[in-house]
Design a binder for this molecule. Structure first.
Ligand SMILES: [Zn+2]
Length: 120
């Protein structure tokens, strides 16, 4: 066995030839890159799913036609709202609004939130 034996990143077989080689052949290169890309896509998909779920929870809590409503933060927790994910924030004199798409909230005192919907 050679000392600095290099292995194919895809199939882990020993590589022969150029020192900068990372794969046995184009098949291994393509397989490896496809797996990398699908991992990245899976991550994006899972974040999108959380964001859409958060948005739906806000949409459901805010009565139709209403622009704002105050709710206890617990009500969002009960629906498994994920406070780690949002699409954007808006700093105002009243405080920091947190949005998931067009729905959002402003934290109030005593663990209450003011739900809001952006004007179209
Ligand atoms: Zn290989």
């Amino acid at each position: 066995m050679e000392r600095n034996e290099r292995l194919c990143l895809c199939c882990q077989k020993a590589l022969k030839g150029r020192i900068d080689k990372k794969f046995c052949d184009d098949n291994c290169r393509n397989n490896y890159n496809n797996v990398q890309n699908s991992d990245r896509n899976n991550y994006v998909r899972s974040v999108n799913t959380i964001l859409r779920k958060n948005r739906r929870i806000l949409e459901e809590l805010l009565p139709q036609g209403e622009r704002t409503m105050n709710v206890p933060k617990q009500k969002l927790r009960d629906k498994a709202y994920d406070f780690n994910y949002h699409t954007n924030q808006l700093q105002t004199q009243k405080g920091l609004y947190v949005f998931c798409y067009e729905y959002g909230f402003l934290p109030l005192e005593n663990d209450w939130l003011m739900l809001v919907k952006k004007k179209e």
